[in-house]
Each structure stands twice: as structure tokens, then as C-alpha cells.
Design a protein around this ligand. Structure first.
Ligand code: UT7
Length: 327
């Protein structure tokens, strides 16, 4: 009997502080109308204080453990997708396993920008399918506010902080992560990156003065690649798995821009009432967007629902995952 990796629980968490479009109007030359029309975003949550995304993950995972009445000692592996780790090292997964008391687990971080969660979900599923692990936590969380220049209207309107986690467990009835198509193209790195702070250009007085520790994005170019590739890969995973639009219960898209999401749904032939959309409340939380959607929609999901998760992000990285909902 083939073992698949079923998502058996999901939780998420966002910090309480909110940055609205009206707040941004006072900080930069922009308007609520422009942001709403061009992105679909109305507000985003901001994690204040000396915390990294481990704080987001720990809050989400502790709630998940409580909901499931699960002992943290049962967790085998934590995979943490993030672009804004607490520290360069050790991995934020290590911070999390310690803070949640998962003493028997090992863990690592995975960096694939906005596609981090679908990459991590695919990796986590392999450990379940091979039988190497029985309980895997896959986290996607980011504190994007830590690398955003709040004087740059091209980027500060888009991003927010938050994220979530899912539990993967073996299933022999055909539920769970059934297929993935993942891509990366490093040629896209010039259009979306952070210029300094890595080992090639460590932090210095000059890099700080030149604002090189913030997200640099050529929005229009990224938008063009995102619209084409996210729509294309979502349609391709449907074809590959012989799914028609009627067969798909939900599109779970990365929330970068409502216009990109609309184009993807249209290419898939999906009605907008089958599209998870919460960008208006959270903006782009990078690795956090997809678990935040699953969490908000979990009460509406039915066992056997076909979900297509799709993403595009820095790197470039993009892909789609086909999940049959198991709970
Ligand atoms: O998740 C990771 C991957 N990232 C993405 O998928 C993001 C993809 N890109 C985008 O979502 C969009 O390109 C943005 C939302 C970043 C920008 O929207 P756009 O429709 O592509 O705007 P634009 O950059 O082409 O700018 C159009 C105009 C420009 O003015 P001019 O040159 O036409 O006079 C900008 O200066 O809008 C201006 N503009 C703004 N105006 C008010 C740019 N940002 C703002 C702003 N408020 N915040």
C-alpha cells in the first residue's frame, strides 16, 4: 500500500499590531485607493519587539499541539520555511524545537522565498512517504517587516508578518500531498533580493547607509514572471493529474498580489468562489501566506477536497502542489 503524507492539522498565528493603508498614507506618498486597486491589500500585521519568525511558529505550533492533544515528544522533524530567520545560524527550526519541547525531533530551515512553504511541504512529504518519519511539522513564517524599508513605497505596501504550520502524517487511503511541480530559475535573482547581509557582502557601515539590508524588488518585472509562471504551473498540475476545474475544490494561492491570483484562477478555469483570498488582511507574508489560508479555511474544507497550492517568489522560485484534504 502506497504511503502518502496527509495534512492532519493546521494552525497559524499573526501578531496583534496592524499597519493599515491609512497608516501608510501618513508615512509615504501613496493612497489607500492605489494600494487596494493595484494589490488588493488593505492592512498587514507587524511583529514588534525583539522576536523573529520563531515567535510566530511557536504560537502556531503550540496551538496545534493543544488542538490535537499531541505530545511534542512525538514529533520527528520540523522543517521551517523562512526568508527572515531569527539568526543567520543556528537554524530557526532549532529554536522552535527547543521552545516547543520537541526533544526527539531534528529540524532544518529551508529558504525559497515566497515558495518556501510549498517547497517545504514537498520535502516533508518525502520523509513521510519513505517511512523515515511519522510526524513532520512543516512551518512557513516570516517577519518581513525586519527587512522592509518603510520609505520605499514599491515594497512597504506589500509585505506583512505571520505564518502557520501543518502536521504531516502517513496515510494509506490516498489522501495528502499527491503531486508537486517545483521550479527555480536563479537568473531571476537580480529582480528580487537583498543586496547585503550574506557572506558575499557582510553588514558594514556602508551597507547600512546604502539601505542594502532591505528587500529590493523590480515590481513590474516580477509581476510579469509571476503572472505567467504561477498560472502556467497551476494549470499544468491539473492536466498532469487529469483534474478539471470541476474537480478542484480550492485554489490556495500565495498572496502577493490579487491580480496575480485572479490571473491564476482564470487560467485554471476556476470560479472566484473557489479561491482562498485573505491578502486584504495580511498582505504578503512570504512563506506564511499558504498556511494562513489553510488555517482560515479549515472549517470549510471537506475530506476528499482537491486543493491546488500555487506560488511564485524570489529566486525565482515557483510551483504547485496537489493535496487531497484528509480531515
Ligand atoms: O511575492 C513575491 C513576488 N512578488 C510579487 O509577486 C510582486 C509583483 N509585483 C507587484 O505586485 C506590482 O508590480 C507592485 C504592486 C509592486 C506594483 O504595482 P504596479 O502596478 O506594477 O505598479 P508600477 O510599479 O508599474 O508603478 C505604476 C505607477 C508608477 O508611477 P508612474 O511611473 O506611472 O508615474 C509608480 O511610481 O505607480 C506608482 N507607484 C505608486 N503609487 C502610489 C508605485 N508604488 C506606488 C504606491 N502608491 N505605493
Amino acid at each position: 500500500m502506497k504511503i502518502t503524507a496527509a495534512i492532519t492539522a493546521v494552525e497559524a498565528w499573526v501578531p496583534k499590531d496592524v499597519l493599515t493603508n491609512q497608516d501608510l498614507e501618513k508615512m509615504i506618498d501613496t493612497t489607500d485607493a492605489w494600494i487596494t486597486e493595484r494589490t488588493g491589500i488593505k492592512e498587514r500585521h507587524i511583529l514588534k519587539g525583539p522576536y523573529g519568525p520563531s515567535e510566530i511558529a511557536v504560537n502556531a505550533i503550540n496551538q496545534l499541539l493543544k488542538n490535537e492533544n499531541l505530545d511534542p515528544l512525538e514529533i520527528d522533524l520540523v522543517i521551517f520555511a523562512t526568508t527572515t530567520p531569527d539568526m543567520v545560524f543556528p537554524a530557526t527550526a532549532n529554536v522552535v524545537t527547543d521552545r516547543i519541547g520537541a526533544k526527539n525531533a531534528w529540524g532544518f530551515d529551508l529558504q525559497a522565498a515566497c515558495s518556501g512553504f510549498i517547497y517545504a511541504l514537498t520535502v516533508g512529504a518525502q520523509f513521510i512517504e519513505t517511512g523515515f518519519c511519522k510526524k513532520v511539522i512543516v512551518v512557513g513564517a516570516d517577519k518581513m517587516s525586519s527587512i522592509i524599508d518603510y520609505e520605499d513605497r514599491n515594497t512597504c505596501i506589500i509585505f506583512g508578518d505571520g505564518g502557520g504550520a501543518v502536521l504531516l502524517e502517513p496515510n494509506t487511503e490516498g489522501y495528502g500531498v499527491l503531486d508537486s511541480i517545483l521550479h527555480s530559475d536563479g537568473a531571476g535573482r537580480e529582480f528580487l533580493h537583498m543586496k547585503a547581509g550574506g557572506s558575499a557582502k557582510p553588514a558594514s557601515e556602508e551597507t547600512v547607509k546604502a539601505k542594502e539590508h532591505f528587500v529590493y524588488q523590480e515590481g513590474k518585472t516580477v509581476f510579469k514572471f509571476a503572472v505567467t509562471n504561477m498560472a502556467e504551473v497551476a494549470a499544468r498540475i491539473m492536466e498532469k493529474n487529469h483534474l478539471t476545474a470541476d474537480d478542484v475544490a480550492w485554489l490556495v494561492p500565495h498572496q502577493a498580489n490579487k491580480r496575480i491570483i485572479d490571473a491564476t484562477a482564470q487560467r485554471m478555469g476556476l470560479d472566484e468562489n473557489k479561491v482562498m483570498l485573505n491578502i486584504q488582511k495580511y498582505g504578503n507574508t512570504t512563506s506564511g501566506t499558504i498556511p494562513l489560508c489553510l488555517w482560515e479555511w479549515k472549517d470549510r474544507l471537506k475530506k476528499g477536497d482537491n486543493l491546488i497550492l500555487a506560488s511564485f517568489g524570489g529566486g525565482f522560485t515557483w510551483g504547485a502542489v496537489y493535496v487531497k484534504w484528509a480531515i
